[in-house]
Design a protein around this ligand. Structure first.
Ligand code: CUA
Length: 173
């Protein structure tokens, strides 16, 4: 094997090793979406598309699961407070308006890396009702340590009784 072949081989091995490495590190692999070309413009999130303001928060799906859409930006999560039912699959879709953030729920193992330009998605479930703090765990600037919000997990049978406005976000309650 000559040096040029060896160099090419080593480069490819490194690149290929990166993919499982990111997969292992976080639940989601924004890199894969990125390579597939699923891009989203972080500067126009509020103007059009999936992440406009009235589309954010929790939405009930016909199969009983819910979908939560959020934006992470310096230095807050939008909506600031979300409501989800306990014991139900929660599909989270989140993107960043600026820097790299990492969404975690205190007291759980969930962690989702959030990058500008791509949508991170993950599936999780809260077994019990309760309040959780949402904390950013990726250093994202001067206000990083203040970047936190809340999740209110309500009993499964209570969720459908909430008004549509109360289901989306609990910020106003
Ligand atoms: Cu966002 Cu740290």
């Amino acid at each position: 094997m000559n040096w040029r072949k060896l160099r090419t081989f080593v480069l490819w091995a490194l690149v290929l090793a990166l993919i499982p490495a990111t997969r292992y590190y976080q639940i989601d692999v924004p890199l894969v979406h990125f390579l597939r070309g699923h891009r989203i413009d972080p500067l126009t999130l509020h103007l059009a598309g999936e992440f406009v303001e009235n589309n954010l928060g929790t939405e009930q799906n016909s199969d009983g699961s819910v979908t939560v859409r959020m934006i992470a930006q310096q230095y807050l999560f939008i909506p600031h407070c979300i409501v989800v039912p306990a014991g139900v699959p929660v599909h989270l879709r989140i993107t960043s308006a600026d820097a790299v953030h990492s969404l975690t729920f205190n007291g759980t193992d969930y962690a989702v890396k959030v990058l500008p330009g791509t949508v991170s998605q993950t599936l999780f479930q809260f077994p019990n009702a309760g309040d959780y703090k949402t904390v950013c765990r990726e250093f994202c600037g001067a206000g990083h340590y203040a970047m936190r919000s809340e999740v209110k997990v309500v009993p499964r049978d209570q969720f459908p009784a909430l008004q549509p406005g109360e289901r989306g976000t609990c910020a106003a309650q």
